[in-house]
Ligand binder design. Structure first.
Ligand SMILES: *Cc1c(COP(=O)(O)O)cnc(C)c1O
Length: 440
C-alpha cells in the first residue's frame, strides 16, 4: 500500500475516533465558555487600557501594566495577591521562589504527592548538590508517596506534619507519574484536612499544567501559595516567557524579595517588552487549554483503539494536559516523537534522537517545534528512553494541529504494525466489534 492509501485509512481512523469523543469535546467547550467569562471579567475589573501595554525600562517603577497583570492573576487564581513577571524563567523558577518563600533554615518541607517534578529535585536538594538548593539553606525534605489508588497516605503523613515541618507541597498535575487525578474535590478535601491537622503549615501547590482545566483554581480551594509557568496554560501560547507565584500577601512578598531585592520586591522589575502578549495570552488561554484537552482526549481514544495502554483513559476526568501512551518499544517512542516533530510549524524537518536534558535523569527524546522555546501548551511530545517506553503528549493551540500530528505519528507507526491491524481498528471504531480499552 502506498503512502497516499495509508494516509486515507489513517484519516478515516482519526475521523471515527473524533466522532466518538464528541460528547467529551462538548463538555470541554462548555467549561471553556464559563472559564472565558471569568477571565474576561477579571480583565475588565482592572479597567485595562492600551497604555498598560507599554514597555518600562530600568527599575520599572510604577509600571501600571504589571500591577494590573498581577491583580488579574490574583483574581483568577483565587488568591490575595500575585507576582507575575517575564523574568521568572520557567515553572521551576516560579516554584523555586515559592519554595524559598514558604521555608526557612531549620524547617522541613513535606510532599504529600510523592516525588515532585523532576526539575525540582535539584532545587530541593534531593538530587545532585547544586549550590543554593533548599537543603544547602538548611531546609530538610520528606516525601510521602501516594497510595496505590492515588489517595494521600495520611497514616504515613501525619507524624511528618509536626514541627519542624513548615510547608506541604502538593502537585496538582499528574505530570509524568501515572496516578489518578488530584482534581478540585480531592485537593479541597486535602487542604481542609491539613488545616485541621497542621493549621500553621504553608500549603503550596505546583499548579503547572493545571490552570483553566477545571473551573476554579487552588487559591479558592484554600492553598496558601501556588506557582506556574506562562509558557504553559495561562500564557495562552502567546506569552513569550514568564511565570507567576500567587498566594498570601506575606508569602508572595517573600517570593518577590527573592526574585528582586528584599525591601523592594514587586516595586521594581521592568516589563522590557511590554505586557500586551501576557494579557492577550491570558485572554486566549481558556481557548488554548480547551483545544489541547480536546486533542488529548482524541489521542487517548485513537491510541486505545490501536491497542495501546493510555493514561488517563479517554473518558476519564482530567486535571492537566498530559496524555501518557505506553508505546512498549524504544523505536515506537522515537517514531511517535518524530511524527509530532514532522507536524510542527517550526523545525518540522529536524531528525530527533534521544539525548540528555538539564534537570532530567534519563536520556529523553523531545518533539517541540513551537513558536516559544519549550512552550508546552503548544503541541509537544516527549518520553524517557527506558521501559515501559511511555510517551507523553501535551498541548496543541488548535485541535487541528493535534490531528495533523497524530496523522504523522500513525504513518510512522504503520511500519511497526502491518496492514491487518489498521483494518481491524477501523472495523472496531465503526462499531462492529467491542473497543479495546487498555491502561497501564
Ligand atoms: C512543567 C512542570 C514544572 C516545571 O516547569 P518548567 O517550566 O518546565 O520549569 C513543574 N511541575 C509540573 C507539574 C510541570 O508540569
Amino acid at each position: 500500500m502506498n503512502e497516499a492509501a495509508r494516509r486515507a485509512i489513517i484519516r478515516q481512523t482519526l475521523a471515527l475516533a473524533r466522532r466518538e469523543v464528541q460528547p467529551l469535546w462538548q463538555a470541554i467547550e462548555e467549561r471553556r465558555e464559563r472559564t472565558f467569562r471569568r477571565v474576561l471579567g477579571a480583565l475588565q475589573e482592572v479597567s485595562l487600557s492600551e497604555a498598560d501595554f507599554a514597555p518600562s525600562t530600568g527599575y520599572g517603577y510604577g509600571a501600571p501594566g504589571r500591577q494590573k497583570l498581577e491583580a488579574v492573576y490574583a483574581r483568577l487564581m483565587g488568591t490575595a495577591t500575585a507576582l507575575v513577571h517575564p523574568s521568572i524563567v520557567s515553572g521551576t523558577h516560579a516554584l523555586t521562589l515559592a519554595l524559598f518563600a514558604a521555608t526557612s533554615a531549620g524547617d522541613r518541607l513535606v510532599s504529600l504527592t510523592g516525588t515532585p517534578y523532576d526539575t525540582l529535585l535539584q532545587v530541593i536538594g534531593v538530587r545532585g548538590d547544586a549550590p543554593g538548593s533548599l537543603r544547602s539553606h538548611g531546609v530538610s525534605f520528606a516525601e510521602v508517596p501516594l497510595l496505590p489508588d492515588g489517595r494521600i497516605d495520611w497514616q504515613t503523613a501525619k507524624p511528618l506534619l509536626a514541627p519542624p515541618t513548615a510547608a506541604v507541597f502538593l502537585q496538582r498535575s499528574r505530570g509524568y507519574g501515572l496516578r489518578p487525578v488530584l482534581g478540585e474535590r480531592a485537593l479541597r478535601e486535602t487542604i481542609a484536612r491539613l488545616r485541621e491537622v497542621a493549621p500553621r503549615v504553608v500549603i503550596l501547590v505546583d499548579n503547572c499544567y493545571g490552570e483553566f482545566v477545571e473551573e476554579t483554581e487552588p487559591g479558592e480551594w484554600g492553598a496558601d501559595l501556588l506557582a506556574g509557568s506562562l509558557i504553559k496554560n495561562p500564557g495562552g501560547g502567546l506569552a513569550p516567557g514568564g511565570g507567576y507565584v500567587a498566594g498570601r500577601e506575606d508569602l508572595v512578598e517573600r517570593a518577590a524579595s527573592r526574585l528582586t531585592v528584599p525591601g523592594q520586591g514587586r516595586e521594581i522589575g521592568p516589563l522590557l517588552a511590554g505586557s500586551r502578549l501576557l494579557f492577550q495570552g491570558l485572554f486566549l488561554a481558556p481557548q488554548a487549554v480547551a483545544e489541547a484537552l480536546k486533542g488529548a482526549v482524541w489521542a487517548a481514544r485513537l491510541f486505545s483503539a490501536l491497542g495501546y495502554a493510555v493514561d488517563p483513559a479517554w473518558d476519564e476526568p482530567r486535571s492537566d494536559l498530559v496524555q501518557a501512551i505506553e508505546m512498549g518499544a524504544r523505536e515506537e517512542v522515537l517514531a511517535f516523537c518524530q511524527g509530532i516533530q514532522s507536524a510542527a510549524p517550526v523545525d518540522h524537518h529536524l531528525h530527533l534522537e534521544g539525548g540528555d536534558m538539564p534537570g532530567y535523569e534519563d536520556a529523553i527524546v523531545m518533539a517541540t517545534g513551537g513558536f516559544v522555546q519549550g512552550g508546552s501548551l503548544e503541541l509537544s511530545a516527549d518520553g524517557p528512553l527506558r521501559p515501559p517506553y511511555r510517551v507523553y503528549l501535551q498541548g496543541g493551540l488548535t485541535v487541528d494541529h493535534v490531528g495533523a500530528g497524530l496523522e504523522e505519528v500513525c504513518l510512522r507507526l504503520w511500519e511497526h504494525h502491518g496492514e491487518g491491524k489498521w483494518e481491524n481498528v477501523l472495523e472496531r471504531l465503526r462499531g462492529k466489534g467491542k473497543g479495546t480499552e487498555n491502561r497501564p
